[in-house]
Design a protein around this ligand. Structure first.
Ligand SMILES: [Zn+2]
Length: 129
């Protein structure tokens, strides 16, 4: 497991329901989505790391007008979640009514899940813990 992580694998892991983040070999910073270099120290030496899947809901938006691929799924939430490990990812937010954004509790704990659309493609998602 010392091979350099790639974006392709990152996306494939999500399709496999096995989300993993990058971890900087030099300073230990956890990074997702993939970046070519560490936000902390600038190193490009990365390895895979498992994450707990727990995070905090930092912000969200409701997508009413979606790209063609997702048009039938709108409206839906896209959330920014800060993982326990310290990195922020954007993902679908499940478990809330997209027409009632005032009911979504910012700062609440959410856990990793996956959303599968009609074509069988999987997305990173979070739901209330
Ligand atoms: Zn680093």
């Amino acid at each position: 497991m010392s091979e350099k992580p790639t974006v392709e694998e990152y996306l494939q892991n999500i399709q496999n329901g096995q989300f993993k983040a990058y971890k900087c070999v030099e300073c230990g910073m956890v990074i997702a989505p993939p970046s070519g270099s560490c936000y902390g120290c600038g190193s490009s030496k990365m390895e895979w790391t498992n994450v707990s899947g727990k995070g905090t809901l930092v912000s969200f938006t409701v997508i009413h007008v979606a790209p063609d691929e997702f048009a039938e799924e709108a409206p839906y939430y896209i959330a920014i979640v800060e993982l326990e490990e310290g990195t922020r990812v954007s993902a679908r937010l499940l478990g809330f009514d997209p027409l009632k954004p005032e009911e979504v509790p910012l700062g609440s704990v959410v856990i990793l899940d996956y959303e599968i659309n009609k074509t069988g493609k999987k997305y990173l998602a979070f739901k209330p813990a």
